[in-house]
Design a protein around this ligand. Structure first.
Ligand SMILES: [Zn+2]
Length: 165
């Protein structure tokens, strides 16, 4: 899984984007556990992009992210710069862990993982549940749960799916 990083905004508040993405994807608590060789490569097609809201909306088409959310669209992981700066009102942990969750969630889509329910209140949410808006008492969690790693390790889904695939 070679990937590159592209920051399409000059906002100094997002200056740590590259560092956080790199560290999150290299972390041993992450998707690497599923047997993916995730490594940075400047020539890679898979790209983790930070984009301002209207730019993100364009890059996510035909999906509608209301200029507000992030997405994965084919080879692109598009992180909305507004979410990078402020998380969401529904997020109950700190901004640093929101950013890790966002990277792991959207990169999970790139690996073919789909949404799952957030689970009961008081238990750690799967990283592939929609924690930006759907936590509802589940505990914020930036890392794939053991069951999510097991599922991903089957390598049974196409990488970089397009919307609807
Ligand atoms: Zn998602």
């Amino acid at each position: 899984m070679p990937y590159r990083i592209e920051r399409r905004t000059a906002d100094p508040a997002t200056a740590d984007f590259e560092t956080v993405v790199r560290a999150t994807l290299a972390d041993t608590r992450g998707w690497r556990q599923g047997g993916f060789d995730i490594r940075e490569d400047r020539a890679a097609e898979f790209t983790v992009v930070l984009a301002e809201p209207d730019d993100a909306q364009q890059m996510c088409r035909p999906m509608d992210v209301y200029s507000r959310y992030s997405c994965q669209n084919g080879p692109l992981v598009v992180i909305n710069a507004d979410r990078w700066r402020t998380a969401t009102p529904e997020w109950t942990a700190d901004l640093a862990s929101y950013r890790e969750m966002l990277v792991n969630h959207e990169f999970g889509h790139l690996l073919g993982r789909r949404h799952v329910p957030c689970g009961p209140a008081g238990t750690p949410a799967p990283v592939m549940c929609q924690q930006s808006t759907e936590l509802r008492g589940a505990l914020p969690n930036p890392w794939p749960l053991p069951a999510e790693i097991v599922a991903a390790a089957a390598h049974d889904r196409p990488l970089a799916p397009l919307p609807g695939e």
